[in-house]
Design a protein. Sequence first.
Length: 182
Amino acid sequence: MRWIRSAFRARGAFLVCAALTTACASNELPPLVPLYEESAAEESTPLGGEQLANRKHEMQSAYRDMIHFHTTLESLNQRRDQNGFILFRGFLDEYMGVHLDPLLRSEWQSRHPELMALDVNLRLLKADVLIQMHTPRRIQQVIDEVRVRFEGRGDMLVDYPVGSQGTLEEALEILGKRKWRG
């Protein structure tokens, strides 16, 4: 009887690992250590040329990763896979803390014409992922930050809800309503 439970647990662990591996697969693995730490001067100075292209590439890569993570969380929530959800949530917390948050820290990219839309879409996607992780306080922090950074640009077109488009003001209204429902 005990070996049946052990086999069942091992099979479950294997399935969770397989699901996480395939659901989060992307062309590039996200670095879990930031490539560099920006100085105070770099954080406030807009980039140009190759540095701008690198930042855009990093943000696009993070956006793709977050789309995959969003899909994985939806799947785990729909299947009510609590163990997989807890494991994946730990990974996702670390990814956002080590890679995504430092990438979004600089304020200049929220005003830069080439990066503005990507910046806001990445922040909205982060909020949506946090909704699925059931963290209303963190969601509100993202909403507040978006309101401050993009003040006066409520009619800007954004890719939210995921898979469709709307204005920034509509997206923030949807996020405000959804943050308590998860």
